[in-house]
Design a protein around this ligand. Structure first.
Ligand code: ZN
Length: 400
């Protein structure tokens, strides 16, 4: 059967490539995914999915089968913007195909994987690989702005709780089992403004922030973690101050922290670390975890805290074994088992809801968000084959 799956995936290569090039040609930054969602709907319907629906947030869910075990493949459909167009040597929105490589914004993050999962579904239909499982192929929205929000919505409001979710962000065809989480935190100091010609009459909020900045730099060096995902980090990504004029003492200062969470960090521990810094106490600075509340393309706002928990699937977890076995059966070798450096929708699925996740996707994560973003066609084909094979392997593992 595995040879048949691979052969059918290779035969269908032109379908996947054409679909990917169409997807790249439709710009889809976060909250502007409507057109790309409709293109995906058309493709899923053409591939013979049993049901295709768009939820009230704007995520698209294609269903295959109606068996007992519920499996979901997740690919976000939004991309980051192009940045400075001069950095691009190809048009980011044509899906240029050259020597077996597709170029453009979203090629590897992650319209390539999206094309592969949709066509993985087509292969299941074509080869009759249905079993006692229900597969949802999900094109999710707003990931680049707020990872996991789409899945908070799908699980809490859509009442879909899969037994396993495959996050299909780029893994270079390795099987991944987690990544660090993250948080966005602000630290705010207050001052008293006065005329800049006599600063001694006021209290400068920037000076109150200065020792905090130094303490945060030192805090980063003290952070720890377990060896697989690595240690937590903290860095200052923005600083701003307010003042009635440029000839006055600053009356407030805010720093924005990008905090990456190790497996041992929690929301509470990360906030307390900052609150306990002597400089923060001395300045009576406020420590705030930020909120996200931006409407989706459907106009739905689903507010959440900017806390994206770490997740790590244990090394001996049966879902990981199923992912590895599907790879070995198809390609006759052991896959690399690893982890992402960046964050994915797994923060909600496994980080918040405890649903087992693994990662498997075409493309190399180092090209994500770059002007050289690209994906090899060979990986799209192999990924589609794995997506066709995994549900049967997983279902069999669950029964044995
Ligand atoms: Zn991504």
């Amino acid at each position: 059967m595995n040879e048949q799956i691979l052969a059918a995936a290779r035969e269908g290569e032109h379908h996947v490539v054409r679909f990917l090039r169409d997807l790249i040609a439709i710009p889809s930054t976060s909250s502007r995914e409507e057109a790309v969602i409709h293109r995906i709907k058309q493709e899923m319907e053409g591939c013979g999915y049993d049901e295709v629906r768009i939820d009230p947030m704007g995520n698209i869910l294609g269903r295959i089968g109606s068996g007992k075990k519920v499996i979901a493949y997740d690919a976000h459909v939004d991309t980051v913007d192009v940045g400075n167009p001069e950095n691009w040597s190809v048009d980011p929105f044509t899906g240029a195909l050259e020597d077996g490589v597709v170029y453009g914004r979203g090629a590897c993050d992650m319209k390539g994987a999206l094309a592969s999962i949709v066509h993985g579904g087509r292969l299941i239909k074509q080869l009759g690989l249905e079993g006692d499982y229900t597969l949802y192929v999900v094109g999710s929205v707003q990931e680049e702005d707020c990872d996991g929000l789409c899945w908070q919505y799908i699980i809490n409001e859509g009442k879909l709780r899969p037994d396993v979710v495959v996050i299909t962000e780029a893994t270079d065809l390795a099987v991944y089992r987690g990544h660090r989480g993250r948080m966005e935190i602000e630290v705010r100091t207050k001052g008293i403004s006065c005329h800049g010609s006599a600063p001694e009459r006021g209290v400068n909020a920037v000076y109150k922030m200065a020792p905090i900045i130094l303490d945060i730099e030192k805090l980063n060096e003290r952070l720890s973690g377990e060896p697989f995902l690595g240690k937590g980090t903290v860095t200052i990504s923005d600083i701003r101050a307010t003042s009635p004029s440029l000839c006055a003492v600053a009356d407030s200062t805010t720093i924005h922290l990008d905090r990456r969470l190790a497996a041992t960090d929690t929301l509470e521990s990360a906030v307390k670390e900052i609150q306990d810094l002597p400089s923060v106490r001395n300045a009576e600075a406020e420590v705030v975890v930020l909120d996200y509340a931006v409407p989706s393309w459907k106009g739905l706002t689903y507010p959440t805290q900017k806390y994206y928990p770490t997740w790590l699937l244990p090394e001996n977890h049966p879902v990981l074994s199923a992912g590895v076995k599907a790879f070995e059966d198809l390609f006759g070798e052991k896959p690399v088992v690893g982890r992402w450096v960046f964050s994915t929708n797994g923060v909600a699925v496994m980080g918040m809801h405890g649903i087992p996740c693994i990662g498997f996707g075409p493309g190399n994560e180092i090209y994500a968000h770059m002007a050289t973003e690209h994906i090899p066609v060979e990986q799209l084909v192999k990924a589609a084959a794995w997506y066709a094979a995994f549900p049967v392997v997983y279902t069999a593992c669950q029964q044995s």
